[in-house]
Design a protein around this ligand. Structure first.
Ligand code: GDP
Ligand code: ZN
Length: 460
């Protein structure tokens, strides 16, 4: 294990929480806490993984700073694999800051950099890089399902797969090597066969993995969704219904800025990022403000359109224009006001929907809302594919590396097929092996590590 100094930081979100935790990690963690702790025991003597009630005092004046519960966890069974002490304070920004100041006033301890606890966990070999990144994703996860993906990564699902793929590449490289040593074989032809079979398999799995990337990205960032329709069809009602139905919105973590015109709702595990909800609430929708042509551009950035129609009315030219504007886009057509006499030509609506789902609702009476939610979920989890068991790549850096590695294998396949010198094939495979290694951090550079970990929240 590497030798580090002792670091400390507030590890709970800043705010008026009931409990705030100051966390220390490093060789002096227990001694530092012990110096300012007054309780039944000396912290230096208590067994590991135990919690102790007591007071924190200014070590010079013996003045009480806070009442605390102190957890003492000795290496190596800790998050960082170092000695860790957590001071559970009484909370309040002022109190917790005073405790942190007190700790930092002790010798041999300094304020942790953002992400430094996680960085240590990585450097001490407790987690690999993709797991460290998953910790960050977890902090930002918007819904339960995004949480599951992040947890899957922390558990090492992606790392394990990447590990296996690298193993396989290494084996491919080795078998090619063996061939070169037996000149009685036609080395080029053997190489071609081996590369096609083994490296081809690796590339297939990488392609598969990239297919999950879209879903992974949506889970992380939300499916950007626009509600459109002419005035009075029920857009605001739909927005309100979705917001109310959203039972498990994970609110943004303190410290990350929140875009005021975006609202996240969770529909059966699919996070929708509703675009321009302020516009709908206050000044009606984008189409009205900007006209169809301009709104078409705005709509293009959406992953999903919810087009609302009034079933109590005949289709108007404006409705047709809206259909026109969302041609070829992911959309769900909502025929609202089913509680009133139906005037709309449903056959025509189906025609214009062109295979996209049409759902009938009465938002006033909350009818059809389940159908709508099911339609949204079905769009996302194609044919009800259960997502929980899949290995997702959702991290932009991972996606980039997988794309690159995939391309390198492609190059190797091309080189083998063209009967290029075997060295060339080897080089491409070797580079793919290296590139995949960057996902887990096996081949990561120090500068990359610094950049990655500095993105973490302070105290994590
Ligand atoms: P927007 O202009 O598209 O945002 O539509 P609103 O959501 O503001 O709704 C316009 C009016 O239609 C309001 O008076 C709503 O109460 C009413 N409304 C919305 N949905 C329904 C529905 O399903 N049935 C009936 N009868 N009225 C509805
Ligand atoms: Zn409205």
């Amino acid at each position: 294990m590497m030798e580090f100094d002792t670091i400390a930081a507030i590890s709970t979100p800043m705010g008026e929480g009931a409990i705030a935790i100051v966390r220390l990690s490093g060789p002096q963690a227990v001694a530092t806490a012990d110096r300012v702790y007054r309780g039944a025991n000396q912290l230096l003597e208590v067994p590991t993984h135990t919690i102790h009630y007591g007071k924190l005092v200014d070590h010079e004046t013996e003045q009480v700073v806070d009442e605390v519960m102190v957890s003492v966890m000795r290496a190596p069974k800790t998050f960082t694999r170092e000695d860790v002490v957590e001071l559970n304070c009484h909370g309040g920004v002022v109190a917790v800051n005073r405790v942190l100041e007190l700790i930092l006033a002790q010798p041999d301890v300094r304020l942790a950099e953002p992400g430094e606890f996680t960085k240590r966990a990585f450097l001490n070999g407790r987690i690999d890089l993709s797991q460290a990144e998953a910790v960050m994703d977890l902090i930002r996860a918007k819904t339960d399902r995004a949480m599951t993906v992040a947890i899957g990564q922390i558990e090492g699902r992606l790392s394990k797969l990447v590990q296996e793929l690298r193993e396989q590449l290494l084996q491919t490289i080795a078998s090619i090597e063996v061939n070169i040593d037996y000149p009685e074989y036609d080395a080029e032809e053997m190489t071609q066969q081996i590369v096609q079979k083994d490296a081809g398999e690796v590339r297939r799995i990488l392609t598969e993995l990239l297919r999950t990337a879209r879903q992974g990205k949506i889970l992380r960032e939300g499916l950007s969704t626009a509600i459109i329709g002419r005035p009075n069809v029920g857009k605001s009602s739909l927005l309100n219904t979705l917001v109310q139905e959203a039972k498990a919105i994970v609110t943004d973590i303190a410290g990350t800025t929140r875009d005021t015109i975006e609202e996240y709702v969770n529909v059966r595990g699919v996070p929708l990022k509703l675009i321009d909800t302020a516009g709908i609430r206050e000044t009606e929708d984008i189409v009205e403000r900007m006209g169809v042509e301009k709104s078409r551009q705005a709509l293009n950035s959406a992953d999903l359109i919810l087009l609302v129609l009034n079933g109590n009315d005949e289709l108007t030219q404006e409705d047709t224009l809206l259909f026109e504007a969302i041609r070829d886009m992911n959309a769900i057509i909502i025929v609202n006001k089913s509680d009133l006499a139906q005037q709309i030509d449903l056959t025509r609506v189906e025609e214009l929907a062109a295979g996209r789902p049409v759902v009938t609702t009465s938002l006033l009476e909350e009818a059809g809302v389940n159908d709508l939610e099911a339609a949204i979920a079905a769009l996302f989890f194609e044919q009800g594919v259960e997502s929980q068991d899949m290995t997702y790549v959702s991290n932009a850096r991972h996606i980039q590396l997988i794309k690159q590695a995939s391309q390198m294998i492609e190059d190797a396949l091309g080189a083998a097929e063209a009967a290029m010198p075997i060295d060339m094939v080897q080089i491409d495979l070797r580079r793919a092996w290296d590139t995949l290694g960057e996902i887990n951090g096996d081949t990561a550079q120090d500068s990359l590590l610094d950049k990655l970990f500095s993105q973490f929240c302070l105290g994590k």
